[in-house]
Ligand binder design. Structure first.
Ligand SMILES: *[C@@H]1O[C@H](CO)[C@@H](O)[C@H](O)[C@H]1NC(C)=O
Ligand SMILES: *[C@@H]1O[C@H](CO)[C@@H](O)[C@H](O)[C@H]1NC(C)=O
Ligand SMILES: *[C@@H]1O[C@H](CO)[C@@H](O)[C@H](O)[C@H]1NC(C)=O
Ligand SMILES: *[C@@H]1O[C@H](CO)[C@@H](O)[C@H](O)[C@H]1NC(C)=O
Ligand SMILES: *[C@@H]1O[C@H](CO)[C@@H](O)[C@H](O)[C@H]1NC(C)=O
Length: 589
């Protein structure tokens, strides 16, 4: 007894510590997910967001090799919220028939995407801001976006009206906010939902999707103007200039296809473009303040330690690189390598990870955090949170269907609205390992691009042109031609991959598992196998995913079949007809 009494305080303290940590770790974490619109990494926007740095970058992990898989808002967001590649969702554009909210609904995702899964996992789910394009003041309740405990969505055609937003709360009739700054309106709504979420027992997921720093678009005008900012930020960044990298408005044309035909931008345009960049940074200040507001509220309620905060963008942005007007839609690094910062339980503090990750991986990551089972049809894998967790992969599969869209005053010149570059459909591949860092793309015109991103991060020297292909240039000790043969075969797998063939594409080519990255595929014993592979090509530039126009679909498999050491790959019969599509849904109503 005496013994017990003496031991008790000690025991209790010990127990307390054990129980305390167990309780903390057993507590299901909350998730705040912030997604901006068209925010770049390469124009240095994050460096102008001091609160994002203070509360997120310094307290969490920055993923320097994070990529979107489609450089366009709506397809990218559908990719993110479903965990599926755009070629599997077939939501490939901002508008019907190839994309937009109606297409998302039509494809059955409104009852089968992340917020729905999180609710099933016991979460309260909230969303404010822009969900998808073509989510309008007419179709907002037909049906209401699924899976949310609380929602307040920005709606077209006012989504990009910085001072005349229109939002529908919980499926109710839209309310207009004339004269109020849209990112501030969204911030206030986010704080409201946060309060609501905190007052309930359940863990919560809150997505905050302000439009900054997207261009301003006024109803009725087909013009993308520089973003508007709040008056309190007008004095900022007067000296900012877009980084003068080698690809900044170069003297010689660069890129391929329509980009290689662009005239050099004159001083008037460059001056305008720098100011365009400043306007973007100012618009982002409202988001920066919102981040502080969120962290403050989590802190005040004592829940910051078991809340994950994600910060990312739907896609990147270019301004003047490769002589382009402001815009996205391209496969170049400015458009696809985007911000991702994560803080939360078990995430490295003040770390930079070089793991190769993409938006396809985020739904699996969030479900894993929620303690839910991952889905068999995910095309990605949870991202690592620390250096120690094994980095999953070397590749990112990038795709695009449709047009190139120049923005800004000068991008809008010509022909009664904005000039649109046709033939912007392409496939691209980022492949990054210890000894190689490559970008490979095949356009719908059959033009190809290959950049050695270690030596040429600005993508100025296309190695996939005839004179380079036969040059002495070596990548991982092999000629360009041999490297391209491997990349093309990998792209052949990825362009129609599903689930494990997306996460482990080499396994499709080499089912025995002896080849699992570029260096092992580059073995000269495989030269013949790769040379014989059908090549990625297009017969036509389409505005959507018309499989008949996209050339061969199936690579040869090593070790099967006779003369070329390969055999056409067949995963399952489902793979042959991957997408059922209900043609009868009336989209614009
Ligand atoms: C602002 O939005 C409302 C609809 O929400 C619309 O009726 C009105 O015309 C818009 N005002 C301007 C100046 O565009
Ligand atoms: C510069 O280029 C823009 C866009 O093409 C054009 O509108 C403008 O007139 C040009 N300015 C000068 C000074 O040439
Ligand atoms: C691309 O190449 C393929 C295979 O050589 C050919 O069938 C197709 O017509 C070409 N497409 C275009 C747009 O030139
Ligand atoms: C688009 O590509 C097609 C080949 O698919 C070509 O015939 C046409 O000239 C191209 N159009 C433009 C505007 O570059
Ligand atoms: C994608 O959707 C478009 C538009 O409905 C359709 O024409 C196309 O066949 C679909 N693609 C696939 C691969 O199902």
């Amino acid at each position: 007894m005496l013994f017990a009494v003496f031991q008790l305080p000690c025991l209790l303290i010990g127990l307390n510590v054990v129980l305390g940590t167990q309780l903390a770790s057993a507590k299901i974490p909350n998730i705040v997910f912030i997604i901006t619109d068209d925010q770049d990494l390469h124009l240095d926007s994050l460096e102008y967001m001091p609160r994002v740095q203070k509360y997120l970058t310094n307290e969490g992990t920055f993923y320097k090799r994070h990529y979107c898989t489609v450089a366009l808002c709506c397809p990218s967001r559908v990719n993110l919220w479903t965990g599926k590649a755009a070629h599997n969702t077939n939501v490939t554009d901002v508008l019907p028939p190839y994309g937009g909210y109606p297409k998302f609904v039509n494809r059955g995702y409104n009852t089968d995407y992340l917020p729905v899964w999180l609710q099933k996992a016991g979460y309260n789910t909230y969303y404010t801001g822009k969900l998808f394009n073509s989510h309008t003041i007419e179709n907002y309740n037909n049906p209401v976006a699924g899976g949310f405990t609380g929602s307040d969505f920005l709606l077209d055609p006012y989504t990009y009206s910085y001072y005349n937003a229109s939002l529908s709360r919980n499926g109710e009739k839209p309310i207009s906010y004339p004269g109020q700054y849209s990112p501030d309106v969204v911030a206030e709504k986010a704080f409201g939902f946060l309060e609501e979420a905190i007052s309930d027992e359940k863990p919560f997921f809150l997505a905050i999707a302000p439009i900054a720093p997207h261009s301003d678009v006024q109803m009725g005008k087909h013009q993308f103007s520089e973003p508007k900012y709040a008056p309190r930020h007008a004095h900022l960044f007067k000296d900012y200039k877009i980084p003068r990298t080698k690809n900044f408005n170069p003297d010689m044309p660069s890129g391929a296809n329509w980009i290689a035909k662009l005239p050099q931008l004159n001083d008037t345009v460059i001056e305008y473009n720098d100011e365009f960049g400043r306007a973007r940074l100012r618009a982002l200040q409202s988001v920066d303040e919102m981040v502080e507001g969120v962290v403050q509220r989590l802190t005040d309620n004592g829940i910051l330690d078991y809340t994950y905060i994600f910060y990312t963008s739907d896609n990147g942005f270019h301004i003047s690189q490769h002589r382009m007007h402001p815009g996205k839609t391209c496969g170049y690094e400015t458009d696809i390598n985007i911000p991702l910062i994560v803080r939360g339980p078990g995430v490295g503090v003040g770390k930079v990870l070089d793991a190769v990750t993409s938006h396809t991986d985020l739904a699996p990551t969030l479900l894993k955090i929620a303690g839910a089972e991952l889905r068999d049809d995910f095309d990605g894998l949870p991202i690592p949170f620390t250096e120690e967790e094994k980095s999953k992969t070397e590749h990112v599969n990038v795709e695009y269907w449709g047009r190139g869209i120049p923005e800004g005053k000068y991008g809008s010149e010509g022909g009664g609205g904005f000039t649109i570059y046709a033939n912007n459909t392409y496939k691209a591949l980022r492949l990054i390992g210890d000894t190689y860092n490559l970008y490979y793309s095949v356009w719908c015109t059959n033009e190809t691009e290959l950049y050695d991103m270690t030596r040429d991060p600005d993508q100025m020297h296309n190695l996939a042109v005839p004179e380079q292909l036969s040059s002495e240039y070596k990548i991982s000790g092999r000629n360009i031609r041999d490297v391209v043969a491997r990349l093309d075969a990998l792209m052949m797998v990825l362009k129609s991959c599903k689930a494990s063939s997306c996460t482990d594409p080499w396994k499709v080519l080499h089912p025995q598992g002896d080849v699992s990255d570029l260096p092992s595929a580059l073995s000269s014993r495989l030269d013949n196998f790769y040379e014989q592979q059908p090549k990625v090509s297009f017969s036509k530039c389409e505005l959507g995913f018309i499989v008949e126009s996209e050339g061969p679909q199936i690579p040869f498999v090593f070790g099967q079949g006779a003369n070329h050491g390969g055999f056409p790959w067949q995963e399952s019969s489902e793979n042959q007809n991957p997408l059922g599509y209900r043609q009868d849904w009336s989209i614009w109503t």
